[in-house]
Ligand binder design. Structure first.
Ligand code: ZN
Length: 292
């Protein structure tokens, strides 16, 4: 297991962690500068932040600052109530793949979608079985394209509380089942993003990390699970403030050969998004060294 206590060489910041500070958007160009100024070597930006700054401009700044990406957030949202809407989702995923390529990302993270219309507040179907089939079909189609441009896809299983509205792939086991169907020979083109917020509770966590192995472990996202958790989406904890056995899980992932970045991804409307971005980044560095 790598020693993180001496430096933060393997720290990455998911830019949603500092996307708004005290109610104001923190622009991506400023986030990138602030990360680079602290010796943070990697980030994982979101598509809307990249769109706001401009894709070319973002790519140039990342290169100029010597930053790497640990992932690109995000593709997915495949479920749709009509064939037209499904095709539109596939087209949008191809654009996300292209953006990931332009930014030099190691993978495109997929949040696969829940029941059609649920996230928008206009549920169009309760057929979860069909939604999951559509997800597999959507990943298959996107994988065909992603392979052609050599961009790996990382399926991110989300906690089951999001099955209706954000992702009907809810465990590592389920994500790996899809990987085995679509990429049976483990080419590295398809794998998983292990986000501890979503998978820490799973009794099969360690066995599925082992099953994933090096070629399926494409991204590793850390935060903490607070007790109590007051909001399902925007009350993630800073590493060390909750109940997740961070070092034990990282040891398991690294035992499989994962040697990538530990990406901090914290959505925190009432705590960390209310502080100065500089303080949040400094705290991420400190916790990365002391508890991750
Ligand atoms: Zn994540």
């Amino acid at each position: 297991m790598r020693d993180f206590t001496q430096d933060h060489r393997w720290l990455s910041i998911n830019t949603a962690t500092v996307r708004q500070q005290r109610g104001q958007d923190w622009p991506l160009d400023q986030i990138l500068d602030a990360c680079a100024a602290r010796g943070i070597r990697a980030v994982s930006p979101w598509r809307d932040q990249v769109a706001a700054l401009g894709l070319d401009k973002t790519a140039r700044q990342i290169k100029a600052l010597g930053l790497e990406l640990s992932g690109y957030c995000r593709g997915g949202m495949f479920t749709a109530a009509s064939a037209e809407a499904f095709q539109a989702a596939l087209a949008d995923n191809r654009r996300a793949v292209d953006e990931a390529c332009a930014l030099g990302a190691p993978c495109l993270v997929l949040v696969v979608g829940g029941l059609p219309g649920a996230l928008a507040g206009s549920l169009q179907s309760r057929d979860l079985v069909q939604a999951r089939q559509q997800i597999t079909d959507g990943i298959a189609a996107t994988l065909d394209y992603a392979r052609s441009v050599r961009m790996p896809l990382a399926i991110e299983p989300l906690h089951p509380m999001y099955a209706a509205d954000r992702a009907a792939i809810n465990t590592l086991e389920q994500a790996l089942d899809v990987c085995d169907v679509l990429d049976p020979t483990r080419t590295g083109a398809l794998g998983v993003a292990v986000d501890l917020y979503h998978v820490w509770w799973d009794p099969k966590l360690y066995s599925q990390i082992e099953r994933a192995g090096r070629w399926r472990l494409l991204a590793y996202h850390v935060c903490d699970w607070l007790v109590p958790t007051r909001d399902l989406l925007t009350d993630r904890g800073m590493m060390g403030d909750g109940v997740i056995e961070l070092r034990r899980i990282r040891a398991a992932v690294e035992a499989q050969g994962f040697a990538g970045y530990s990406e901090v991804e914290i959505f925190s409307a009432t705590n960390w998004w209310q502080r100065d971005g500089a303080e949040v980044l400094d705290t991420c560095i400190e916790r990365h060294r002391t508890v991750v």
